[in-house]
Design a protein around this ligand. Structure first.
Ligand SMILES: Cc1cc2nc3c(=O)[nH]c(=O)nc-3n(C[C@H](O)[C@H](O)[C@H](O)COP(=O)(O)OP(=O)(O)OC[C@H]3O[C@@H](n4cnc5c(N)ncnc54)[C@H](O)[C@@H]3O)c2cc1C
Length: 496
């Protein structure tokens, strides 16, 4: 019998399990026992789509592009459309559904697969609520340690521990009025009339703004960040077939180049991709547009733009679907350069917000409920005043003194600084090693973790924390693709 451990069952862990069940269906595999261990009962939902979310928190992608079955077109939308007795009254593949709706879809699909497995004698799946704090490969078996220090042995471990709290501003943890991990701590304790600073101006900040408003918060809300840009607003897109940034073309280029590609080479292919639609992509025009207008002007312009079909966004969307492959075809130097020069710009354009949220923000800016301030330099807590001093480097913005600060700077990927027992233990024993560009180092194709001695044969890692290798790991679909590749690899080794 082969015993498999899955640590963490959000969308990534559950996608591994369902892919494993689907792909092993007609194969001659000996007895398999899968323990799926999750910290709480949010099986197949995880942080983004489970009980931490609220009905007004929307997925940031249209229904047609979200799925836990990445290779089946419009799986989420089709399941919604099929499920006539569902509570959903809008059935539209372009709609931005609540994350809770996506979570329901994901867990229904997962539980359906688990119930079907009972008809198969060779596979058993066990959902277990527990926390794994360490795993070690003793050369013969993998030993998994839970919170009570009980040790269980497995043959294979697939780690999908998901989103982690921010690693920025950890020095503020414990200061009165500071919320570091709002998804888990909640935002209910902030007095309704107090002003609040939200650190960051991306999708997470918008979600926290919506939560505060839902809690009837009256005080002024500030988004403060270094650049002060909001995410773009997602326009309608059409299917675009890439010509240059494809797996095949990139492989050819790498072969000719005798090395992975430089940032300059990738940029040339990026421009050529736009030229196929007669668009001259000019980064300086993009930057000028961002820097020369006020947030309100940009938001108005983006909302108007989002109502039309955009060829540029259609190309970006197509690139986005291949982005892990593109990232993997770059040298590490090129990836580092990209992070330095374009990380912020990429996030603004490639992780856009639903139009409905953009309209809420525009209204809030117009009526003075929300202000976005750029040039954030530092946040200091003063013990004498029991206040946070938010310092800016721009000349026209003086220091802001405030009692309530929420961290919305996003998922921590610098694993050495993440306060997580599992990561601390596995990094200390070198069972896992960190990647220089964030997260855990794994093999791109198979998800096997890298160790000093080479690739592990029985420990796999998928999800947000493979950012350095897979780049686009804040996407449910991309994480589900990585899980499916792990399932393929494990099945291949089990059937050989
Ligand atoms: C607020 C938010 C909104 C998002 N919105 C979108 C979106 O609209 N579209 C999109 O594509 N992506 C979105 N994302 C990105 C999101 O990260 C992925 O879509 C995906 O949900 C990640 O799933 P996961 O299973 O890897 O992680 P998680 O959802 O974090 O799940 C990990 C699970 O593992 C469990 N766990 C962790 N450690 C242990 C342990 N040691 N032992 C046992 N169990 C453990 C956790 O309890 C959790 O249930 C969003 C992310 C966040 C945080």
């Amino acid at each position: 019998m082969t015993k498999i451990l899955v640590v963490g069952c959000g969308v990534t862990g559950s996608s591994f399990v369902t892919a494993f069940i689907n792909k092993s269906k007609k194969l001659d595999i000996d007895n398999i026992d899968i323990d799926i261990i999750n910290k709480d009962d949010n099986f197949a939902k995880g942080l983004a789509y489970g009980k931490n979310a609220s009905p007004f928190h929307r997925i940031n992608m249209r229904a047609l592009t979200m799925s836990v079955k990445p290779f089946k077109e419009k799986h989420f939308y089709k399941q919604l459309a099929k499920n006539q007795d569902s509570k959903i009254n809008i059935i539209d593949d372009n709609y931005f559904y609540s994350r809770l709706t996506f979570g329901e879809y994901s867990s229904t699909y997962y539980l359906k697969k688990l119930s079907k497995i009972q008809q198969r004698e060779n596979i058993r799946c066990n959902n277990i609520i527990d926390e794994i704090i360490d795993i070690k490969d003793n050369g013969y078996k993998i030993e998994a340690v839970n919170k009570e220090q009980n040790i269980t042995q497995y043959d294979i471990a697939v780690i999908c521990i998901g989103n982690q709290p921010a690693t920025s501003y950890q020095y503020l943890i414990g200061k009165k009025g500071y919320i570091h991990d709002a998804w888990n701590e909640g935002l209910n304790n902030i007095p309704a009339n107090e002003p609040v600073v939200i650190l960051g101006s991306g999708l997470t900040s918008i979600d926290f703004y919506l939560t505060l408003k839902e809690n009837k918060h009256q005080g002024k809300i500030y988004f403060v960040s270094n650049h002060g840009f909001l995410p773009k607003v997602r326009p309608l897109h059409i299917l675009h077939n890439l010509k240059f940034l494809t797996k095949e073309y990139l492989e050819e280029q790498i072969k000719t180049n005798k090395d992975k590609l430089s940032l300059e080479q990738i940029m040339q292919l990026f421009y050529k991709e736009f030229e196929t639609e007669n668009i001259k992509f000019d980064i300086n025009t993009v930057l000028q547009d961002l820097y020369s207008k006020s947030t309100q002007e940009i938001l108005q312009q983006d909302i108007a733009y989002s109502q039309k079909q955009s060829t540029s966004f259609s190309i970006l969307k197509a690139i986005d679907e291949n982005i892990s492959i593109i990232w993997n075809s770059m040298t590490i130097k090129a990836q580092q350069e990209f992070d330095k020069k374009f990380k912020t710009l990429w996030s603004i354009y490639d992780y856009p917000m639903p139009q409905i949220n953009a309209q809420i923000l525009l209204e809030a800016i117009r009526n003075g409920n929300l202000e976005i301030i750029k040039g954030l330099e530092s946040v200091v807590y003063t013990e004498e005043e029991k206040l946070f001093k938010i310092n800016f480097c721009s000349e026209n913005q003086s220091t802001l003194k405030i009692s309530h600060v929420i961290n919305a700077t996003g998922n921590g990927i610098n694993v050495n600084n993440i306060q997580n027992q599992f990561l601390q233990n596995t990094l200390a024993s070198k069972t896992l090693i960190s990647h220089p560009l964030g997260g855990i180092d794994v093999d791109f194709e198979t998800g096997r973790v890298k160790t000093k001695a080479g690739l592990s044969s029985n420990i796999f890692f998928a999800g947000s924390l493979t950012r350095g290798v897979h780049f686009y790991t804040n996407s449910a679909v991309e994480n589900a693709k990585a899980s499916a590749r792990i399932a393929d690899y494990i099945i291949k080794t089990l059937t050989q």
